[in-house]
Design a protein around this ligand. Structure first.
Ligand SMILES: NC(=O)c1ccc[n+]([C@@H]2O[C@H](COP(=O)([O-])OP(=O)(O)OC[C@H]3O[C@@H](n4cnc5c(N)ncnc54)[C@H](OP(=O)(O)O)[C@@H]3O)[C@@H](O)[C@H]2O)c1
Length: 261
């Protein structure tokens, strides 16, 4: 049964990876899309393709989720245009660098905290009130297994994803008594632009992350997001942890041809 047809789905970080795959699956099922990211050219291409392939309405907005003023202005624009998202997929996020805390880079920390935590809050704060007012809606937070267990040198990234897990729980508590659903999807290793971003364009280092095992694909996560959103009104999946079969926790990853710990 398709419960998303005609609904408006807002996806942050829709220019690549998991967000882009979510845009694809929801468009293929007849949802209207509102897509956000900083890279406008990418969003333009996505819009063109989805509108051609699926004949659905796709609105795109160049918004940096970290910029609170821009987020507020953008949300006022949405309201003026009468766009009311039924589903919010809080996906925009990144890791920046990988170093021990005592060797960490302040700029990397700020980037991760500003995007994964403050950006997440900025978007949630402007979108949730309408859902509460209408007494319906669904927020899907893209967390991580890094929010369940800290891995070596993952310190600040893990802390932001622990925070996302806490906020997923907090949203569920704060929305008690309403029909607004809140879910977290917590992936293990997914092959996207994530590692390229983490290692600042060092492709060799990024590719190494996915060597010797079959990582999750962005589509695997989008399938799960779709499943969670498509559940009946009375079903609220609060947290879903998904890892590649080769991975059993954030750092226990079986790689063929390599000496295992
Ligand atoms: N890949 C993994 O292994 C993995 C595992 C667990 C969780 N996750 C989480 O999954 C989410 C998506 O990551 P991904 O793997 O799909 O990586 P990705 O391919 O790098 O996608 C990240 C998306 O976030 C957007 N973004 C980043 N900063 C933004 C900002 N300030 N404002 C607006 N958009 C912003 C990027 O778009 P622009 O650059 O165009 O703005 C891009 O569309 C993240 O929250 C990440 O933490 C990933």
């Amino acid at each position: 049964m398709n419960r998303v047809k005609g609904k408006t789905v807002l996806i942050t970080g829709a220019s690549s990876g998991i967000g882009l795959s979510c845009a694809n699956i929801f468009a293929s099922q007849g949802a209207k899309l509102v897509l956000l990211a900083r890279r406008e050219k990418r969003l333009e291409k996505v819009k063109k393709k989805l509108e051609e392939d699926y004949k659905v309405e796709v609105r795109i907005f160049q918004v940096d989720v970290c910029n609170r003023e821009d987020v507020i202005n953008w949300s006022e624009k949405l309201e003026k245009e009468g766009i009311e998202p039924d589903v919010l997929i809080n996906n925009a996020g990144l890791a920046s660098g990988l170093s021990k805390l005592h060797e960490g880079d302040f700029a990397d920390w700020d980037r991760m905290i500003d995007t994964n935590l403050k950006g997440f809050l900025n978007i949630s704060r402007v979108i949730l009130p309408k859902m509460v007012e209408k007494n319906s809606g669904h927020v899907v937070n893209i967390g991580s297994i890094a929010g369940h267990m800290v891995y070596p040198a993952g310190n600040v990234y893990c802390a932001t994803k622990f925070a996302v897990r806490a906020l997923n729980e907090a949203m569920n508590i704060d929305l008690y008594g309403t029909n607004v659903k809140v879910s977290s999807i917590d992936p293990g290793a997914v092959e996207t632009e994530f590692s390229r971003v983490r290692f600042k364009g060092d492709l060799k280092r990024a590719e190494k992350v996915y060597e010797g095992f079959t990582p999750l694909k962005a589509e695997d996560i989008a399938d799960a997001v779709f499943y969670v959103v498509n559940t009946p009104e009375h079903v609220n999946i609060q947290d879903l942890v998904i890892m590649p079969t080769a991975q059993r926790n954030p750092y226990l990853l079986y790689r063929e041809g390599q000496e295992q710990n």
